[in-house]
Design a protein around this ligand. Structure first.
Ligand SMILES: *Cc1c(COP(=O)(O)O)cnc(C)c1O
Length: 373
């Protein structure tokens, strides 16, 4: 038997990512591959940088897409900025804060952990106390949108605290970018990373990042070389620099970058404010419908992510069986609970192209049928 092409079914992706990809983005992937030093490709890359600056609301020249998923963006931020022995305050209110902590530990840096309850925003007062207790801390790291719980933290307030203390900020915006306001320059974020496959509705595998001038200065004044050769931004910048003289670092994922460009063109054409509004409207629609089904959101109002809704699984309902029926009978994917919420919650994503009325309607109707309402 010869092997055959893999033809996936068409699913509706309403989990924690990847999200439904824009049809135009899928078409962009199949355009002819150019050499990654081709002048036309480089022109596209210059536009891509401008579009990323728009998405991040920044004029940082060091704004680019790492050729690997969000986790690599996370690692790039930590490994470039933090040196062994330096102190980092890490906020943890879910799985991804825990991963930040893991990065800090592996770098041989010293972590001060500020824990907040799962399903809640990072507690700003607690962070203020930690900053006071550790005046020698150089960095504040936190997750803006905790995809494991659906909680949105006050990035503006947290960055203001760090700035007042002369600390640099490292911010996870993997799920927030495009779905809720992310204002890198206005809030004074120093290092930020995101992912292509959440509210940008591109295919997975790329991580947009941006570094402030203060972050660049910190990287340049390092006493030790960056432990990772691949993620060392001082080397990668030679390729992304807008000066026209590109040099080879690694082969850019050419077609994936077409796709990201296309996804950002979509975002730019819609407008960031409109995209934020659409996510919030679709969240309201979903939340209203879930309440009618007697389903409860775990995160309190005011701390909820519109693009990721954690729903408490009612007593006596078989988590796995419900998700399997949604997938098999409705071609609908929703997410399982992660970490402390495993088996206790579903995670319903309304990300990017997925944040639209027909998805909300499908999800509510399918849940009603499967739960026997
Ligand atoms: C998805 C996600 C990541 C990891 O991104 P990958 O592309 O899966 O590596 C990191 N942080 C948050 C908050 C995420 O939601």
């Amino acid at each position: 038997m010869p092997y055959q092409s893999f033809i996936p079914p068409r699913r509706t992706l309403m989990g924690p990512g990847p999200s439904d990809v824009y049809p135009n983005v899928l078409s962009a992937l199949s355009r002819p591959t150019l050499g990654h030093l081709d002048p036309l490709f480089i022109q596209m890359m210059d536009e891509l940088k401008a579009l990323l600056q728009y998405a991040f609301q920044t004029s940082n020249p060091m704004t680019l897409a790492i050729s690997a998923p969000g986790s690599a963006g996370m690692e790039a931020c930590f490994v470039n900025l933090v040196e062994p022995g330096e102190k980092v305050i890490v906020c943890r209110n879910g799985v991804f804060g825990g991963r930040m902590l893991e990065n800090v530990k592996r770098l041989g840096a010293e972590a001060v952990v500020v824990d907040s309850p799962w399903g809640r925003a990072v507690e700003v007062d607690k962070v203020a106390q930690a900053i006071k207790a550790h005046p020698d801390a150089k960095f504040l790291a936190f997750v803006h949108a905790e995809t494991s719980t659906g909680a949105l933290s006050d990035a503006k307030a947290l960055c203001a605290l760090a700035q007042a203390a002369g600390m640099l900020t490292i911010v996870d915006a993997v799920t927030s970018l495009g779905g809720v306001p992310v204002k890198v320059d206005e809030w004074g974020i120093d290092a930020i990373y995101s992912g292509s496959q959440k509210c940008l509705s591109c295919v997975p595998g790329l991580s947009p990042v941006s570094f402030s001038q203060k972050a660049v200065d910190k990287i340049k004044s390092r006493q030790t070389p960056v432990q990772s050769w691949f993620l060392d931004q001082s080397l990668v910048m030679g390729y992304w620099e807008g000066s026209g003289k590109r040099s080879y670092h690694h082969t850019a994922p050419v077609n994936a970058l077409y796709a990201l460009h296309e996804a950002l063109v979509q975002l730019h054409n819609e407008g960031l404010e409109q995209s934020w509004l659409r996510h919030s409207q679709m969240h309201e629609l979903l939340a209203g419908g879930l309440a009618k089904l007697g389903l409860e959101l775990i995160v309190p109002e005011g701390e909820r992510l519109p693009q990721l809704n954690t729903v408490r699984i009612p007593d006596g309902v078989d988590d796995g069986a419900v998700r399997a029926r949604l997938l098999n009978d409705y071609n609908l994917e929703i997410g399982a609970g992660l970490g402390d919420l495993a088996g206790k919650a579903w995670r319903i994503g309304l990300m990017g192209y997925g944040a639209r009325r027909e998805n909300v309607t499908l999800c509510l109707a399918a849940l009603a049928e499967v739960l026997g309402h």
